[in-house]
Design a protein around this ligand. Structure first.
Ligand code: AMP
Ligand code: MG
Length: 365
């Protein structure tokens, strides 16, 4: 199949948008920009169309899709028993990076919801995305536009790497603004519960609707606790190289990474380092990349997936990353990074041990 790339970086191209809408209404697949990551869209109410998404991504069929809408009223067609919190959250955060899980109506095929009786709904804060949703009939099922398991796409080029020749169209809207997927909140069981952390954090949600809980699987150290969002159980966002997160006091982390890179290199391996603007000059060898600035955490979120893809291009064997427990988005950033690392986290020694030079005993958790 020939994949058409349409450039909408400087705004909506009318003819391109007309064609994209036609593709969606005829059951085809169109990748498009949103403020979070690029989505792979199909008509959410057409069972065959949403089945094609699973095929293109190699996505397990029990991993439900988020349905994107462009106007609040459209929610009434796909969701039932909508609680008051949904309107409060929509008034505060839509359009924006928040997905709400609600009871589904009969119009939504089970293929779209991965067999669940609930539907996840979001209204993206991106003009091109909303124009596409309207052009395509109002309901666009869209997971991230990457091959299942790979880092999510934050630019059209990433989509092309995974989807060229597999889908009908890619709309290029330039680099995304946030770089991590939406926050998912479940409104079907009493107290609203966060199933996936994102830019909109617990505190912001609580300001709008009162008490909000976190899914136990997000906070439990026990990795056998089953997440309520089916997609959260899979290894995800992962580069081809082994990825290890090093945690601890900042200068100990840098020392430890320097040691690990030296060891890897003397074993003949190609090693990568994920540092920040602040730490970049502290690393002595390896392929060192800055993910952004600790002083501006959105830059860290924006660059996370791109940097993992860059290391894939460079064919490194092992990547050592600092950890990024930043104040606002830290939970979301670390949730993705830990999954990408397949839970490989190394804790370095206390600062005392580190400064006396004996901290070569970092251990994997
Ligand atoms: P993606 O669109 O690739 O970011 O993935 C969508 C995420 O939303 C996955 O983690 C899904 O498991 C989750 N999701 C979608 N629909 C539901 C639902 N009805 N209930 C719980 N989680 C959902
Ligand atoms: Mg995804």
């Amino acid at each position: 199949m020939k994949t058409v790339m349409v450039d909408m970086r400087d705004g909506i191209d009318k003819e391109g948008m007309r064609l994209a809408g036609e593709i969606l209404r005829n059951g085809g697949l169109v990748a498009f920009p949103t403020e979070t990551v690029y989505g792979l869209g199909a008509n959410a109410l057409d069972e065959r169309a949403s089945a094609r998404i699973y095929g293109a991504k190699g996505r397990p069929s029990d991993n439900p899709l988020i349905v994107h809408i462009a106007d609040w009223e459209d929610i009434y067609k796909i969701a039932v028993d909508i609680p008051g919190e949904a309107k409060l959250l929509a008034d505060r955060f839509w359009p924006g990076p928040l997905t709400m899980v609600l009871k589904k109506s009969d119009l939504v095929p089970l293929t779209t919801t991965g067999g669940l009786a609930t539907v996840a709904v979001r209204m993206p804060d991106h003009e091109t995305a909303r124009a596409l949703i309207r052009a395509g009939g109002g309901y666009v099922a869209a997971p991230s536009a990457n091959t299942s398991g790979r880092p999510s796409p934050t630019k059209a080029q990433h989509v092309a790497e995974d989807m060229d020749g597999v889908i009908d169209m890619i709309i290029d809207g330039g680099d995304v603004a946030i770089g991590l997927e939406s926050t998912i909140v479940d409104l079907t069981e009493g107290i609203p519960t966060i199933l996936r952390p994102g830019y909109i954090n617990q505190e912001m949600l609580e300001e709008a609707v009162g008490r909000v809980e976190m899914d136990r699987a997000l906070i439990s150290e026990d990795s056998s606790v089953r997440p309520k969002a089916p997609g959260m159980k899979y290894r995800h966002y992962a580069p081809r190289a082994e990825l290890i997160i090093v945690e601890g006091e900042e200068h100990c982390v840098r020392d430890q990474i320097n040691r690990l890179v030296a060891e890897a290199e003397s074993a003949g391996k190609k090693a990568g380092v994920i540092g920040t603007e602040e730490s970049l000059l502290c690393y002595r060898s390896g392929l060192v990349k800055s993910i952004g600035s600790r002083a501006d955490e959105i830059t860290i979120a924006q660059h996370l997936y791109g940097i993992l893809r860059e290391f894939d291009e460079l064919d490194v064997d092992v990547i050592y990353s600092e950890s990024f427990e930043t104040p606002h988005m830290g939970q979301a950033i670390m949730n993705r990074l830990i999954k990408a690392a397949g839970h490989q986290i190394m804790e370095v020694q206390t600062p005392e041990a580190c400064s006396d030079g004996s901290a070569d005993t970092g251990k994997l958790r």
